[in-house]
Ligand binder design. Sequence first.
Ligand code: LLP
Length: 416
Amino acid sequence: MSFEYRNNVLFCDGISIPEIVKSHETPFFLYSEDFIRRGADVLKKAFIDKGINVSYALKANSNIYLLNCMNKLGLDVDIVSGGELFVALKAGFTGDQISFAGTGKTESDIKYALESNIAQFNVESSFELQMIQKIAKSMHLTANVLLRINPNIDAKTHPHISTGLKENKFGIAMDEVDTILHHPKRYPNINIMGLHSHIGSQILNSEPFMTLIDFMRNYLEKLKNEGIHLTHVDLGGGFGVDYTNPLQTPEENQFVLEKIGHYAKEQLSDYKLFIQPGRILVGNAGLIITKVLGEKLNSEKRFYIVDAGMTELIRPSLYSAYHAVLPLNDTHGKINADIVGPVCESTDFFSKNREIPKLHQGELVAIGSSGAYASSMSSNYNSRPFVAELIVDSKQDVKTIRRRQTYEEMSQLYII
Ligand code: LLP
């Protein structure tokens, strides 16, 4: 099921979206639970069934209902902040299911994570290692750690979401990793179990992952010869989705993922393996449903102004990302126009200079592939409240899983 057209009408898990819109104020996010369930099944076959642990990178979408689904579907979770630890625990994950990445962990983040008995920190610098050592010692604990290496591998993705190159801020340079591993006594309260790497996001083929697996195997082999025996390898996330086809099924990703899972197991069979996918689980599980406020022509240029904006989906402004535009009733001709939001920024757009469905004032339209890095990157800019999030659940009920923020809630933290 997930998203599909039936007789030119867009459906979510068997429910007509124009029907959903009748009782819900726009804009809102709409998710398909069926897509998430099937996506988790694809990951299970490609990785979990081969003994590879899958931790959902919750930054992609941190709605607690969705996190709870991931938990029930047998996934663990990867976090990058104290706030993400809080929501993960709230969603029912236990400490032993949580790994903690991120370039700038604070003292209170580290303390909170140690108190919560998380499975491991993925450490990004020697200063972080020293911080963890100091805090773990003061708490009379030993912290489990993987070192996030910077392997200088090109993920061939958008420069803003590439993380495995020397010029990126992420990970520890290899010579420094070597020094740390050869001097474990400097960190008596730390148990360095293995290596972690995340080379980037929206990677559409298996090649960069194969290169990473080869790199890990060679480096671990070198360490072994030097008498250093590690046990854990985390290959990060980064698996891409098809933004040109928001009606993509989760099963379309099976082949590439199987290939990566198979190669990882074959080359790194002696290690406990982990991956941390985010986008692939939720990217094409969600749409933004928005209303056309009106149409205007600035000399030759045609604009449709809609009620959602960069506050709900910042990806087009930040990465020039392509998001498809889907009419709820697909009976339209096409027209060249920009779809823009109401926010006071020229970068507030969903599509530019593209052939899109011809629309009318008051009509509803869906912005495709809005399940990942959309709601979780949303803001209150222009004092726009966070919008509602809806899901069609496994019983095919339409459920509000986050209600729209009120003006009062949006302003309650101000002190006058
Ligand atoms: N693990 C680590 C350590 C990460 O930093 C990330 C994403 C992931 C896993 C999950 O990556 P995924 O499987 O979702 O590609 N806002 C950007 C994407 C930023 C990704 C940040 N790190 C976007 O909208 O494209």
